[in-house]
Design a protein around this ligand. Structure first.
Ligand code: FES
Length: 110
């Protein structure tokens, strides 16, 4: 197992269709369960800091609960334009453990 990954939650902590804020290293991460597939994004919305873990999940997107900026769970890009994105992190499920990378994935190429 890659040492960069740390246990952030148990599978049962994040019900399908919900999100949960967790701490990984020195970052707050929004962990989402979409039909058993887990995604990890930086929890802090780049607009004014809204908590993305409390946002609305629709398919593979999350909408910030404060002013409705929407981000793709897979790569953190905005759905409305390219002026902001959030970091995303690798996730592996290891038994009951949900393990999240401490290092963000590279930004998607434009
Ligand atoms: S803080 Fe997220 S949309 Fe404004």
């Amino acid at each position: 197992m890659n040492d960069d990954y740390v246990t952030a939650a148990q599978v049962g902590d994040v019900a399908p269709g919900t999100g949960k804020a967790v701490v990984v290293g020195d970052r707050e991460i929004a962990l989402f369960n979409v039909d058993g597939c887990f995604y990890a994004l930086e929890n802090t919305c780049p607009h004014q800091g809204g908590p993305l873990a409390e946002g609305w999940i629709d398919g593979a997107e999350v909408t910030c609960p404060w002013h409705a900026w929407t981000f793709k769970l897979a790569d953190g890009t905005m759905t409305l334009g390219e002026f902001a994105r959030v970091d995303t992190f690798g996730v592996v499920v290891d038994g009951d453990d949900v393990r999240v990378s401490r290092s963000p994935k590279p930004a998607p190429s434009r």
